[in-house]
Design a protein around this ligand. Structure first.
Ligand SMILES: [Zn+2]
Ligand SMILES: [Zn+2]
Ligand SMILES: [Zn+2]
Ligand SMILES: [Zn+2]
Length: 376
């Protein structure tokens, strides 16, 4: 396939198949924030599907704080469950369907030919590079589509974990570098903390992008880099560290974040039930004050409280037990944080996600059936 725009368009339409539409409600344009942006070409209603896309490659999540997942079924596995053939990737060895699954063979052979230095334990770096490695095994047409995306880079650490990486084949390295964003949500402008679209994935990995509110003709359409339920301090620090950008959007300016109180902590003065909020949310060093008794806490103390809470919550989530999390929410945490706080919201979402996806709690009111089931 040639590399001109017409060929690319044909390949893209073929790739999308039934997901393609001749009547998208958007077009590309120059973004007011810099670079390209996506703009509504007519009024778009709340919940309207703006587009659907399917991935060229699927790979396991492999963030630094992620649990390890099997590269075949993407279920969580123990770090000791490594492919018996010696590629260094996690595979459910107790599950015969995964251990003998032929879909893993091509990548397994390729990685073994590069001689991984560790084969008895999972290598996080190789796991993180797996989606890119899978690009080397793509047929020509999806490969051409993939190479039309703009390059991103995070692969050197994985290359260092092989004894015989083909450094004499620069095209292999170039392609690995090229492949890090497969579902290209980066086509959207992503800097603001109140996106006007959301996206989700179905069981076939199809991504559906829908409007979260009415978008008027000509308005820019954007998603967000950050976790939407993070409070202002966490969002802005994250954006600064990862995108070199300090957000000053309307949500960041408002101490209550549109009345969600995601950042709020409990007032430390007993028995006040007020909420502590930053006085100047755009200043990272701003003191925080109670919205009832005006008691103030300096930002160092607030960030220490947040660090402790965040560590506590991560420990709870790592255990992966929704019942322990529910008990924790009911007994301990309410004295320290209001129910609106980002950490509480994260724990609640964890329970919803786990119980909602678990058949044994049945249809209907799953939470009450979850709560009533013994043993604890
Ligand atoms: Zn598996
Ligand atoms: Zn293998
Ligand atoms: Zn913002
Ligand atoms: Zn107070």
């Amino acid at each position: 396939m040639g590399s001109n725009y017409g060929d690319l368009r044909v390949a893209l339409i073929r790739h999308l198949g039934t997901l393609h539409s001749d009547d998208y409600p958007w077009s590309l344009g120059k973004s007011g924030f810099g670079g390209r942006g996506v703009f509504a070409t007519r009024d778009i209603q709340t919940d309207e599907v703006i587009f659907e896309d399917r991935p060229i490659i699927v790979g396991p999540r492999a963030g630094r704080d992620e649990n390890v997942t099997c590269v075949v079924c993407h279920d969580h596995v123990d770090r000791s469950e490594v492919c018996p053939k010696g590629c260094g990737l996690p595979v459910c060895i107790t599950n015969a369907t995964c251990a003998s699954n032929e879909s893993h063979n091509p990548e397994c052979e390729l990685l073994r030919s590069w001689e991984p230095l560790k084969t008895k334990v999972v290598s996080d770096n190789i796991l993180r590079a797996l989606t890119s490695v899978r690009s080397l095994l793509l047929p020509p047409e999806p490969l051409a589509l993939l190479n039309s995306l703009q390059a991103q880079t995070e692969i050197n650490r994985a290359v260092a974990e092989f004894g015989k990486f083909p450094h004499n084949q620069p095209e292999v390295l170039k392609q690995l570098f090229n492949t890090s964003a497969v579902l290209n949500t980066n086509a959207f402008e992503t800097k603001l903390c109140i996106p006007n679209v959301r996206y989700c994935f179905d069981a076939n990995h199809v991504m559906r992008v829908q409007a979260t509110k009415q978008i008027m003709c000509g308005e820019e359409i954007f998603t967000s880099y950050i976790q939407i339920f993070w409070g202002t301090y966490s969002r802005r620090v994250h954006l600064m560290a990862t995108k070199d950008f300090m957000c000053n959007c309307s949500r960041c300016i408002d101490p209550t974040e549109g009345g969600t109180y995601l950042s709020a902590l409990r007032c430390p003065k007993d028995p006040c039930q007020g909420r502590l909020l930053p006085l100047k949310p755009l200043e990272l060093g701003s003191p925080w004050a109670c919205d009832i008794c005006s008691t103030q806490l300096d930002c160092k103390k607030v960030s220490r409280v947040q660090d402790v809470l965040s560590a506590l919550i991560i420990t709870k989530l790592r255990k992966g037990n929704p019942r322990l999390v529910l008990d924790f929410l009911k007994t301990c945490i309410n004295n320290i944080m209001p129910g609106t706080n980002q950490f509480i919201v994260e724990l609640k979402l964890f329970i919803i996600w786990n119980v909602g996806n678990d058949e044994k709690y049945g249809p209907g009111n799953k939470l009450s059936s979850f709560e009533s089931q013994a043993p604890r």
